[in-house]
Design a protein around this ligand. Structure first.
Ligand SMILES: Nc1nc(O)c(N)c(N[C@@H]2O[C@H](COP(=O)(O)O)[C@@H](O)[C@H]2O)n1
Length: 203
């Protein structure tokens, strides 16, 4: 999924995997799903929604601390919205790259659990079904779901990765000023081994 690919997609109902909340068989695909913590350096982050939201504010460590420390991902998103004026100016250009990174780290650090869910979707399109969000998800449109479905498309991209003979999960993120507190994720080798090559899973 490219940064400038804002094209809307249509998915025929009954021929795709949908998730709407953290509940149900595919609830683990939601960024809000509990049970998929990630670690960056000494920082334990309960949920990638917190990480994604904090990434909007690389110059504001106080805001990042509040978002990262939030006990609930929904609340993290709410805190984030309060500070929208401080959002990095290029956010719309980098947000898909940042989400890709967040999903990759979720997979790398929760390998069995997350890859099991991704694999269980087979080759079907994955769609985040929402009431209103036509960018990250898709909305009800008669026989179809319609939207950019950016999250679903990034999840499908990740699903392809786990089929590769040698599983190289994390790509170096091409995002300037990608700071999470003192951690510069551009030189992430020091905090996360992004060159990590893991033998193909038995899946
Ligand atoms: N709370 C909530 N309700 C929905 O209906 C949604 N589709 C989402 N989507 C998630 O929110 C994140 C994007 O947030 P921003 O718009 O950038 O603030 C991302 O994780 C989506 O999957 N959330």
């Amino acid at each position: 999924m490219e940064d400038n690919k804002n094209q809307t997609r249509r998915y025929l109902k009954g021929e795709c995997i949908t998730f709407r909340s953290t509940k149900g068989e595919f609830g683990g695909l939601s960024n809000m799903a509990p049970g998929f913590p990630v670690r960056i350096g000494n920082l334990i982050i309960s949920n990638i929604e917190n990480l994604y939201q904090a990434s909007k504010y690389p110059k504001y460590f106080d805001i990042q601390k509040r978002i990262l420390g939030s006990s609930s991902p929904m609340y993290a998103k709410k805190i984030s919205r309060l500070h929208i004026k401080c959002e990095r100016p290029d956010w719309n250009l980098v947000r898909f790259r940042i989400m890709r990174f967040c999903l990759q780290i979720k997979l790398q650090q929760n390998l069995k659990q997350f890859s099991d869910i991704l694999s269980s979707t087979g080759n079907l399109p994955i769609v985040e079904y929402t009431d209103t969000d036509k960018i990250w998800g898709a909305v009800d449109c008669g026989d179809y779901y319609e939207g950019v479905n950016a999250l679903g498309r990034l999840l499908m991209e990740l699903r392809e990765k786990i089929k590769e003979p040698e599983l190289h999960i994390i790509d170096k993120p091409k995002v300037n000023d990608f700071f999470i507190l003192e951690y510069d994720l551009q030189i992430m080798d020091n905090y996360i081994n992004y060159k990590n090559i893991i033998n193909k899973l038995d899946i």
